[in-house]
Design a protein around this ligand. Structure first.
Ligand SMILES: NC(=O)c1ccc[n+]([C@@H]2O[C@H](COP(=O)([O-])OP(=O)(O)OC[C@H]3O[C@@H](n4cnc5c(N)ncnc54)[C@H](O)[C@@H]3O)[C@@H](O)[C@H]2O)c1
Ligand SMILES: O=C(O)C(=O)C[C@@H](O)[C@H](O)[C@H](O)COP(=O)(O)O
Ligand SMILES: [Zn+2]
Length: 375
């Protein structure tokens, strides 16, 4: 199977997303073609290091580039914090980086977001390359330049827009990804269908389980369509002044759940997005904007592959949490889509018809939260 490519059209800061098998082992050639003669330093996590670091290092070295010692952070969402960022920056400076050094982020969204932010601030800005190794990172986090870390105040509240120079999405590395992580990424794939690609949603209803089971052609196709969808939005509204907010479908609810769950393994980002997208559709139905059948169709598809569609299990999973609607709505108040104290919600008139809406009454939001929690 050959690779395919998607362009993120941002003028002289535009870049290619290459999608296909074998790209980790061929990374040195692709990086050298676009960024010749540049020193390289790889950032990865402890799980990915054991699986995919050696072939990447061998390929980068074989290209003739100077390759510094890799930096390895613990795997998992807890590493997307200021403490780990400080450690990464210290490691970069200890290795003697220069402005022309390129950071290569090998891993999931955690490594990509953390590494991208480190690249944005080290020496006031290094180039970086994304080598995403989770489905979520290949369809979403490696594209578009949102980088950052979590804070005790909320999700992704500290960060920068910093675009990568190249994305190498090696579909072969997904073979080592656990089913739970594949599913978390699949939630973001479904999101693109819900935003403005109803035919893609229908395609996913027919092919989702097969691509999750490992069909390489279907996987590559889903990644390509997802990247095309995201690239189009990012090219139109890089810094999220309007249209890009649509990519946040399900995230206002989802990020509140993640915050209360404590950014651990109890609730993965994609799982929170799955529950959050259902909540967004339920809210749209409650407001009389969306046919109930579309919300039911979404629920049915997410459940059929094994994604969570309610928050009812979370209080037992994270018993110390305050799962009251009031507390979750307080988390939602930290959303970056808040303007003049009012949250802009991403709602839907149906599958593939999402839109932005300010001024949504919080009574309805509370009812949706209570419904999902079963309280
Ligand atoms: N910047 C953006 O636009 C954007 C978009 C979506 C999500 N995100 C962020 O991405 C993060 C979630 O990313 P994620 O789901 O990739 O999580 P992750 O980076 O924590 O990776 C998930 C787990 O899979 C492991 N892993 C990674 N690749 C593997 C492989 N090939 N084989 C086996 N194990 C592998 C990791 O070590 C980790 O334990 C969240 O912090 C979320 O906020 C950012
Ligand atoms: O790229 C975007 O824009 C997104 O919103 C993609 C989301 O899937 C992603 O989770 C993003 O990190 C959320 O951003 P935030 O601004 O809500 O923190
Ligand atoms: Zn997301």
């Amino acid at each position: 199977m050959s690779s395919t490519s998607v362009r993120v059209a941002l003028g002289d800061r535009g870049y290619d997303i290459l999608i296909g098998p074998g790209l980790v082992a061929d990374a040195g050639r692709h990086v050298a073609e676009r960024l010749p003669g540049r020193p390289l330093v790889v950032l990865t996590d402890s799980t990915v290091a054991g699986l995919h670091l050696d072939p990447l290092m061998a390929s980068l070295r074989a290209s003739g580039a100077k390759v510094l010692d890799p930096i390895i952070v613990p795997s998992g969402e807890a590493s997307k914090d200021m403490g780990t960022l400080a450690g990464v920056l210290d490691d970069l400076l200890s290795r003697g980086i220069e402005r022309k050094t390129v950071l290569v982020a090998l891993g999931g969204g955690v490594v990509g977001d953390l590494g991208g932010f480190a690249a944005a601030v080290a020496l006031r800005g290094l180039d970086f390359v994304q080598v995403p190794t989770t489905l979520l990172a290949q369809v979403d986090s490696s594209v578009g330049g949102k980088t950052g870390v979590n804070s005790r105040h909320g999700k992704n509240l500290i960060g920068a827009f910093h675009q990568p120079r190249l994305v190498l999405a090696d579909t072969g590395v997904l073979d080592t990804l656990p089913r739970r992580e594949l599913l978390a990424g699949y939630a973001e794939v479904v999101k693109y269908g819900l935003i403005d690609r109803p035919d893609f949603f229908t395609w996913l209803e027919a092919n989702g389980e097969k691509l999750l089971a490992g069909d390489p052609g279907l996987r590559a196709e889903a990644i390509r369509v997802s990247c095309e969808a995201k690239a189009a939005v990012v090219a139109a509204d890089e810094k999220e002044s309007g249209l890009r907010e649509l990519l946040n479908l399900g995230h206002t609810f989802g990020h509140a759940l993640e915050a209360e769950a404590g950014y651990g393994t109890a609730l993965l980002h994609g799982e929170a997005v799955s529950i959050g997208m259902v909540m967004a559709f339920d809210l749209s139905v409650k407001l009389g904007l969306c046919p109930a059948g579309d919300a039911a169709r979404l629920r049915a598809h997410l459940s059929s592959v094994g994604l969570p569609v309610t928050a009812a299990h979370l209080p037992a999973l994270v018993p110390g949490g305050d799962w009251s609607p009031g507390n979750l709505m307080a988390h939602m108040g930290k959303d970056k889509k808040v303007k003049d104290g009012t949250i802009t919600f991403i709602l839907a008139r149906g599958i593939g018809q999402s839109f932005r809406q300010a001024g949504v009454g919080m009574d309805g939001v509370g009812e949706v939260l209570r419904g999902s929690l079963g309280t």
